[in-house]
Design a protein around this ligand. Structure first.
Ligand SMILES: O=C(CO)[C@H](O)[C@H](O)COP(=O)(O)O
Length: 275
């Protein structure tokens, strides 16, 4: 079955019924466009494909489109599998809900392509991620992928990351006081916020990640040197991972707008991974 034929069987992006919330429509538009542009051509490889599925509200539509594609391929009796690797509990559910095959990173350490959301992206596709507290697995999956594609709505495109969002930092629970103190000592002159994320109405006490850790949300203001800041932070004992994703293999980002357009940024990755 040719890719053009598969594409012609899919719901046409231009004709999708509008969702009640224009923001949701913009997320769906970005996701469908990204999947059609970057995933469909991989089908010509005629082998099993391993796809990372990120976390958040935008990737819901990535999983939906992948599920639709899988359903069409199944009808043509393809012998090849699409194995989806989740970045957390929510994305595991998305994979299952869309009748996609669930895999894990231990069994499939080489991922062909990952689609994930972002809290903020600068023009070089340096990102802040972790709004959903899944940053550790998101970084692991994105670093294990040959190609990393971001899907987001228009609010996420900024000139400098850190403009609006704090950086989520995952810490071992017993270290949160130490880490907080170290952050104040090292970055006190620029810190605008530094607090352990709370569960709010849904949970008394801190948010606990899929790895059993806490998240400290730290606002450093505008981040102009993401790699340097990440490297400084990761040296602090207790910090497991930071939500700063300096671009190494992010090839493209798709930002959906509520007027039905998608802005894409495509760049050459700064590093090539040998897997
Ligand atoms: O990093 C994430 C979760 O840890 C998400 O990808 C990020 O928060 C974006 O989410 P959304 O698509 O809901 O805007």
């Amino acid at each position: 079955m040719s890719i053009e034929l598969i594409k012609s069987c899919l719901n046409h992006i231009e004709n999708l019924p509008k969702l009640a919330d224009p923001l949701e429509s913009s997320k769906r538009l970005a996701s469908y466009t990204a999947v059609d542009t970057h995933f469909l051509p991989l089908l010509s490889k005629q082998r099993d494909l391993v796809v990372g599925v990120g976390s958040g509200t935008t990737v819901v539509y990535v999983a939906e489109r992948l599920g639709e594609i899988k359903a069409k391929i199944n009808r043509s009796l393809s012998q090849y599998e699409i194995i989806c690797i989740p970045t957390g509990f929510q994305s595991k559910q998305l994979i299952l809900d869309n009748n996609l095959r669930l895999g894990n990173i231990e069994e499939y350490p080489k991922i062909d392509i990952v689609f994930d959301g972002a809290d903020e992206s600068d023009p070089k596709l340096n990102l802040i991620k972790g709004g959903g507290a899944c940053l550790f697995q998101e970084k692991l999956i994105s670093r294990s992928a040959s190609v990393f594609i971001v899907v987001a709505d228009y609010r996420k495109q900024v000139e400098n990351i850190g403009s609006k969002w704090s950086v989520p930092i995952e810490v071992v629970p017993s270290s949160y006081v130490y880490v907080t103190n170290q952050l104040k000592i090292k970055f006190g002159h620029i810190l605008q916020k530094c607090s352990v994320r709370q569960g709010g109405k849904a949970k008394a006490g801190p948010v606990v990640t899929d790895n059993g850790n806490f998240i400290i949300d730290v606002n450093f203001g505008k981040i102009t040197k993401p790699t340097e800041l990440h490297e400084e932070l990761i040296k602090i004992v207790g910090i497991v991972e930071t939500g700063i994703f300096p671009n190494v293999n992010c090839e493209a980002a798709y930002f959906g707008h509520s007027d039905g357009t998608v802005v894409s940024i495509k760049i050459e990755p700064t590093a090539v991974f040998s897997q």
